[in-house]
Design a protein around this ligand. Structure first.
Ligand code: NI
Length: 167
């Protein structure tokens, strides 16, 4: 499932209460596991939907700021600038590991929100990185496919010397 390219949500043929419960499941799972983002394939549904939320009290990401919950259905990312920003990442689907990838500093995200309303927003910094990480999930990619170097990857307790690039 995690290596598949997920399908667009077919709005005409999707039961709205089923969609609501899928979104609830995504948000609950993300919060339970102290994630800052989650994509539908991570809960066993191969559809192009993700959620992003950073709570200031998240113990897995200290000082990461405060990003309100955003549900993105059929998202499209436009990548701005170069892919040159080091990003210290983990993933709920790759437990206990961390690695350094390179990401774009800013993106434009177009998507339908949970009310199926068209949205477009420019994201910068941490939220832009999460949107890139979650979009990768929809395309069957994990952050380990984008490591800056294979040396920049390890079990969380052992990974200390590249903590300085923590986003
Ligand atoms: Ni992930």
């Amino acid at each position: 499932m995690l290596r598949l390219v997920a399908s667009e949500l077919d709005l005409e043929h999707t039961d709205r209460s089923w969609l609501r419960s899928l979104v609830e499941d995504l948000v609950d799972t993300m919060r339970d596991q102290n994630g800052v983002g989650i994509a539908a394939p991570q809960v066993g549904v191969s559809l192009r939907i993700f959620a992003i939320e950073v709570r200031p009290d998240n113990p897995r990401y200290e000082n990461a700021g405060d990003v309100p919950l955003r549900i993105a259905i059929n998202p499209h990312l436009e990548l701005l600038g170069d892919r040159d920003k080091p990003s210290f990442e983990g993933c709920l689907s790759v437990p206990d590991m961390r690695g350094v990838t390179l990401r774009h500093e800013s993106v434009i995200l177009r998507y339908l929100d949970e009310g199926l309303i068209d949205q477009q927003v420019q994201l910068n910094g941490f939220e832009a990185i999460i949107a890139q990480h979650e979009t990768d999930h929809l395309n069957g990619k994990l952050y380990v496919d984008r490591l800056r170097s294979s040396r920049d990857f390890g079990f969380l307790p052992e990974v200390t010397d590249f903590n300085s690039v923590h986003v």
